[in-house]
Design a protein around this ligand. Structure first.
Ligand SMILES: Cc1cc2nc3c(=O)[nH]c(=O)nc-3n(C[C@H](O)[C@H](O)[C@H](O)COP(=O)(O)OP(=O)(O)OC[C@H]3O[C@@H](n4cnc5c(N)ncnc54)[C@H](O)[C@@H]3O)c2cc1C
Length: 637
């Protein structure tokens, strides 16, 4: 497989402009002759659908929820970055670019990251124009707060519900196009395979989740904006429905999967409370602006927080990282919380928690200011734990949150299958080995509003496409495969629930490919995951039928894919003999316990190619070069 990144050269500030000038355009009158399938209606999919339709393309947009506005993006809390420098605190496009490359531990493409930083300013303008109610300062300008890994305030927010407000903006733009007849919306419809004709992506096979009907949809190009795969870990902060099926099935049709082992651990989640929990709740990173993180200095100190005097508390992030303090990036904050708990200084019943304490901020700013900034997050915390964070510190612990890996895409966001594009969290794109906070929303919207609509035109203008409809043999073959998998799943009638398999897989990958990984643990997981998968196909119990609403069947298909995906993730982690960002191999660390990269040998994107049924995947490498931000040991001290 040849990985052509199509990354432009020349001064980095001009690369995107020059690229846009050089790529081919589709004449406005010709756009209406093309049709595009967009799977996903989250921030990436909805913004892409609305923009493509606005340009004149005919769009079919799919999602498995009952409404596009229920996509997982709605959960995003803290904010979205943009290099506006309203604060005059020294921000610039270059600084956002610099912070993001460094924050990603030098495992992202410089050209992509620069483009993202450039576009960030347009995103804010577009969203404000759509009516997104960002917080404002007394003078009327948009307010900002800080997120980890940055020393400037560049995060725009709408209380603790930024994702919801941004999605409402994109959703309204999408519905305007639905009303205008340019977007046909298919809610409650799940893509189960990709149709490839003459080597090009031409459509999808989807199941109507209400009637169970399997149908093919054909188009001139296909875009996947299907989100991340964090739920491979079973417990995560992701919406329960988030899954890897769309990208996994595209992988099996020839799209390379990049850096699957790069998953982000978020340091501020509500700790796990029991064996049968099915979901973890995030407490936004924005809370670290005012909350101070600490654990008791003494091991096994079970006193309640107010009984522990100031000089017996260890504000370990402030102590170890004086310049970034509580706002170190997520991987650093997570690892340090884990170390404190491993040392026996964790708090809460299971000792797997650290305090996030607002008492100083409340004293300094007053309860009302804190309520205005984070009120809904505090209410949510109280509803879940029964503790009132205005009176006692929150207890938090790291959890799986975001996946930096995904389908490999070139600078045009096209995968290794011509005509198949991936946007948002579904692609591996811009975050390297660790995503800085508030940059996923930025990337999803940059892809959907400002990048894909140009680059897809280049593909369409340069490609000769034969007419194709659902009677095409490739569509028939894909439909047959989907029906066959459904039949197999329903016929097993074994003894274990889908959830029990998912939970076991999740624990395996969390223990051996989660916050910390070792060669021995990964090898153990690589042996156990295939055994678990074999058992799944012999002993899973999926009740009901195929031609009806059957959520057990939907779930079974997704877990079957996680059982394959989990193996690739461990394989990827095993081949990378270094630590970087969220991928922390315990064998490779500095004496202070920080991630120890090996730039000479691992400065590449690992792009895995499907080897065929029963055959091992093939590792391809896209070398990464750094002309502007020179790789160095990350330091937040
Ligand atoms: C709790 C939480 C808080 C967060 N807070 C922030 C934040 O403050 N700032 C920030 O930058 N990021 C944040 N993130 C990350 C960010 O929300 C996500 O990365 C981003 O919203 C992903 O958007 P997306 O459009 O790529 O995917 P999603 O929003 O996940 O959308 C996926 C879409 O694809 C559809 N889909 C998936 N598979 C199929 C299929 N097979 N067939 C049909 N449709 C399919 C779904 O129906 C959905 O419409 C947060 C994440 C979480 C979990």
């Amino acid at each position: 497989m040849e990985l052509k990144s199509k990354t432009p050269t020349g001064p980095i500030e001009q690369r995107w402009d020059n690229h846009r000038f050089n790529i081919k355009l589709v004449n406005p009158a010709n756009k209406r002759k093309y049709s595009v399938i967009i799977v996903g209606s989250g921030l990436a999919g909805a913004s892409a659908s609305a923009t493509m339709a606005e340009l004149g393309y005919n769009v079919k947009c799919f999602c498995f929820q009952d409404s596009p506005r229920r996509a997982h993006s709605i959960a995003a809390q803290g904010g979205i970055n943009a290099a506006k420098n309203y604060q005059n605190d020294g921000d610039s496009v270059y600084r956002l670019f610099y912070d993001t490359v460094k924050g990603g531990d030098f495992r992202s493409r410089e050209s992509n990251v620069y483009r993202l930083a450039q576009i960030s300013v347009n995103i804010i303008d577009q969203c404000v124009a759509q009516g997104v109610p960002f917080a404002r300062e007394y003078g009327g300008l948009l307010a900002n707060r800080s997120f980890g890994g940055a020393q400037v305030s560049r995060t725009f927010y709408a209380r603790g519900q930024t994702g919801q407000q941004l999605l409402l903006g994109a959703y309204q733009a999408l519905l305007r196009q639905v009303a205008g007849g340019k977007v046909q919306m298919f809610p409650r419809t799940e893509m189960l395979d990709l149709i490839v004709i003459d080597g090009k992506a031409r459509g999808i096979v989807a199941r109507n989740l209400i009637t169970g009907k399997i149908e093919s949809h054909l188009a001139d190009a296909v875009v996947l904006g299907t989100g991340g795969y964090g739920n491979v870990f079973y417990l995560s902060t992701n919406a329960k429905g988030s899954n890897c099926t769309a990208i996994w099935r595209a992988y099996k049709r020839g799209a390379a999967m990049a850096n699957p082992c790069y998953t982000q651990i978020h340091p501020t989640c509500i700790p796990v409370s029991g064996e049968y929990q099915s979901k973890l709740t995030l407490m936004s990173e924005s809370l670290r602006n005012d909350g101070r993180i600490w654990v008791p200095k003494k091991k096994g100190d079970t006193r309640s927080p107010e009984q522990i005097p100031e000089d017996e508390r260890d504000y370990y992030l402030e102590r170890k990282y004086p310049s970034f303090g509580n706002l170190v990036p997520r991987d650093v904050a997570s690892r340090n919380a884990k170390s404190a708990c491993d040392e026996g200084r964790g708090v809460g019943e299971q000792g797997l928690g650290v305090y996030l304490d607002f008492s100083d901020a409340i004293k300094r700013l007053g309860k009302q200011s804190i309520r205005e900034r984070y009120g809904n997050l505090f209410d949510m915390y109280e509803r879940i734990t029964g503790d009132n964070p205005y009176n006692v510190p929150m207890r938090i612990y790291p959890a799986i949150h975001y996946t930096m890996g995904g389908l490999w895409v070139d600078y045009n966001l096209m995968t290794t299958i011509p005509g198949l594009f991936a946007v948002g969290e579904a692609n591996f794109s811009d975050h390297g080995a660790n995503r800085l906070g508030a940059s996923a929303l930025m990337q999803g919207l940059a892809d959907g509003y400002f990048i894909l609509p140009y680059t897809i035109g280049d593909y369409l203008a340069n490609t000769k496409l034969e007419k194709a409809d659902a009677s095409n043999p490739a569509a028939r073959e894909a439909e047959k495969g989907v029906n066959e998998v459904t039949r197999r799943l329903l016929e097993i009638r074994g003894k274990r629930t889908v959830t029990s398999f998912h939970r076991e897989l999740g624990k395996l990958v969390w223990d051996d490919c989660g916050m910390a990984r070792t060669e021995a643990g990964l090898k153990k997981a690589l042996q156990r995951v295939p055994e678990l998968r074999d058992e799944f196909w012999k002993n899973v119990n999926v009740l009901g039928g195929g031609e009806e609403l059957n959520q057990a069947l939907e779930n079974a298909g997704r877990v079957a894919d996680f059982l394959e995906f989990g193996e690739l993730m461990c394989l990827d982690a095993l081949q990378r003999n270094e630590s970087c960002g969220g991928h922390f191999r315990e064998e490779f660390q500095t004496p202070e316990g920080e991630a120890l990269r090996d730039d000479d040998n691992y400065s590449y994107v690992a792009a895995w190619e499907y080897g065929g049924p029963g055959k091992p995947p093939i590792l391809n490498k896209e070398p990464l070069t750094f002309e502007y931000v020179h790789p160095s040991q990350r330091s937040y001290k």
